[in-house]
Design a protein around this ligand. Structure first.
Ligand code: CDP
Length: 226
């Protein structure tokens, strides 16, 4: 029996990982999992419950009360936090401002990685995040490491949030992205780093179609196994 295929997409904040991951999943009929949404949903839970982030016992206890589930509609990934759809709320600034701090907590990462590995055991899937090619699926057949000019990244996220009616400034987004990149790359627990065998994809000057074509080329050797 053929082993299932995993495409691991890692990279900096807001550089279009999920746009590419969704497009790939749609084209290949793979499952798409947005691992960042899981860290964001945990952050939302902690914010709502005002969990004391310095108390590790409380964190471990809280994690036991968090049930995360995905349901997929048109290859858009929707996340349920204890049964409640929170896909919109987790993209808003209060969560963005706190998620990297929470994602640096060892116990949180261990709980998320365990769930992610379970999801990728048997199904063909595309998963994006920060540690997918290094920690979650070190044996993924295809690994991409995405980056883009920070100014362009901030402009893209600004457009996305403005279109949803969120009142946020370009500067605020630029600072949030820079701060998250800093925390994500310097944390002790599985920092954002390119896996040795990950292919770099800088999409600063690429259209969505061009980056999809690039990713499909990397996948070509595996497509006859599907
Ligand atoms: O979409 P965007 O690039 O803004 O971020 P995201 O993928 O939603 O991830 C939000 C945050 O979750 C990141 O800044 C990381 O702090 C954390 N994260 C992580 O630590 N590990 C992952 N596999 C995915 C996300």
């Amino acid at each position: 029996m053929n082993k299932n295929i995993v495409v691991a997409i890692d990279g900096y904040s807001s550089c279009g990982k999920s746009t590419l991951a969704k497009a790939l999943a749609k084209k290949l009929h793979f499952i798409y999992i947005d691992s960042g949404a899981m860290y964001r949903a945990v952050t939302l839970y902690f914010l709502r419950n005002q969990t004391d982030l310095n108390n590790h016992d409380l964190i471990i206890d809280a994690l036991e009360h968090i049930d995360l589930n995905f349901h997929s509609r048109d290859y858009q990934s929707h996340i349920l936090l204890n049964g409640e759809e929170v896909s919109e709320e987790i993209r808003q600034m209060p969560v963005s401002d706190n998620v990297s701090k929470i994602a640096s907590i060892k116990e949180v990462r261990q709980a998320m990685v365990k769930q992610q590995q379970k999801m990728g055991k048997t199904k063909n899937m595309v998963m994006d995040g920060r540690d997918i090619g290094t920690v979650v699926f070190p044996d993924a057949q295809v690994k991409l490491f995405m980056t883009a000019d920070p100014k362009i990244r901030a402009e893209r996220r600004f457009k996305e949030l403005s279109e949803k009616g969120e009142e946020v400034s370009l500067e605020e987004i630029f600072e949030n992205i820079a701060r998250r990149d800093y925390i994500d790359t310097t944390r002790e627990e599985s920092p954002l780093v390119r896996a040795k065998d990950a292919i770099i994809l800088d999409n600063t000057n690429l259209s969505e179609e061009e980056q999809l074509a690039f990713a499909m080329e990397q996948l070509t050797p595996f497509l006859d196994k599907i």
